[in-house]
Design a protein around this ligand. Structure first.
Ligand code: FAD
Length: 322
């Protein structure tokens, strides 16, 4: 069975959920081999084995932490040359997509990004699924040259366990000077809240310009906390300084694909939809019945969010206490 390389995303050795989602997809195509950069592989092996990793290539050189994304692309390019895998899967995060692009250039291969599913097509070649135009159009695509490099959206594929051996295999790559051109000078940990990570959350509650102010936006946090959800925001909100930029959802912000997405006071501009349209269930709260967000909503509430959201939060609290 052909190998399928999966680039692990992890923070401080903790395997991110998207990595086990990628492993689930990789098993449909062949034998999954994780590519692990930096320390922590020993501790993570158990979790990777749980989701079917047969091999874990470990590159624990400091270069991967010191020099942005280029060394990771070089590592993957070397493994592609040595192992001739059936495909390389990376997370469709900002970093993952940049690595995917660089890897495709280095290996003269085709790259597919924003995949929401992967299946094995004719001859086992991977077929990626993409959801476009608010999910109205589903596109299937495949790579016709080189080794398929596919960036998969976090939260798009349900992770399913299956046992694997997760045999650790050390690998060494001499990183070129060109890849060391951009150095990471500092790591600043974002202030952590009790809320889940935006791109990995099962539920996201997002607020838009309809919240009116930073003070008004607090109502979004309140609803999110009732639901154990992450908070998102439209660009109008972050540009106005009502909420930090890292919570922006959309074309120039984060891409999310939760089980439930609540959009309150958000019009549903195409650039916002680009970041949330693959959410499984969408609830829109907007006082304008013509707001475009209702075109993609599964449930719509026409009303003032300052009336609707507190009622919703009260009802959720009441149900929880029953
Ligand atoms: C290149 C480019 C990239 C972009 N990238 C992004 C991106 O990544 N993410 C993003 O979000 N946008 C992005 N935008 C901006 C995007 O086009 C919209 O301007 C933005 O999404 C609008 O945000 P909004 O829906 O909060 O505000 P508005 O469009 O102003 O909508 C506010 C909505 O709130 C409703 N409302 C008002 N008051 C209430 C109330 N009391 N109760 C209920 N409803 C109420 C209104 O009816 C309206 O529908 C981008 C634009 C460009 C050009």
């Amino acid at each position: 069975m052909s190998e399928v390389l999966v680039l692990a995303e992890h923070t401080g050795g903790e395997v991110k959920k998207v990595t086990v989602e990628l492993l689930t997809a990789a098993r449909r195509l062949g034998s999954p081999s994780v590519v692990w950069t930096g320390p922590g592989a020993d501790a993570a092996a158990g979790r990777l084995a749980e989701f079917g990793a047969d091999t874990v290539y470990v590159a624990d050189d400091a270069d991967y932490d010191e020099y942005v994304v280029a060394p990771k692309a070089e590592l993957l390019a070397q493994l592609v040359t040595e192992k001739s895998p059936a495909a390389v899967l990376v997370a469709g995060t900002t970093e993952g997509k940049e690595i995917a692009g660089r890897l495709a250039v280095k290996t003269n291969s085709g790259v597919l990004t924003d995949a929401v599913n992967i299946t094995a097509g004719g001859g086992g070649a991977p077929v990626a699924e993409h959801a476009n135009f608010g999910g109205a159009i589903t596109v299937h695509s495949k790579v016709t040259r080189g080794t398929p490099v596919i960036a998969v959206r976090p939260n798009a594929i349900a992770a399913e366990p299956a046992p694997g051996g997760a045999v650790l295999v050390p690998v060494t790559v001499t990183v070129s000077n060109a890849a060391k051109a951009a150095t990471i000078t500092d790591h600043v940990l974002a202030e952590r809240t009790e809320r889940p990570d935006l791109t990995e959350a099962q539920i996201v509650v997002s607020g838009g310009r309809g919240t009116g102010s930073a003070e008004g936006f607090k109502i979004i946090e309140e609803l999110a906390d009732c639901l154990g959800a992450a908070v998102g925001a439209s660009r109008a909100v972050v540009d106005a300084g009502w909420y930090p930029h890292q919570f922006q959802v959309g074309q120039t912000g984060k891409t999310v694909s939760p089980q439930l997405y609540v959009a309150a006071g958000i019009s549903g501009a195409i650039q916002h939809r680009a970041g949330m349209q693959t959410s499984k269930t969408i609830i829109a709260i907007n006082k304008d019945p013509e707001a475009p967000i209702f075109e993609i909503a599964d449930y719509g509430i026409v009303g003032d969010l300052f009336t609707v959201v507190p009622q919703l939060a009260d009802e959720i609290r009441a149900r929880k206490s029953r």
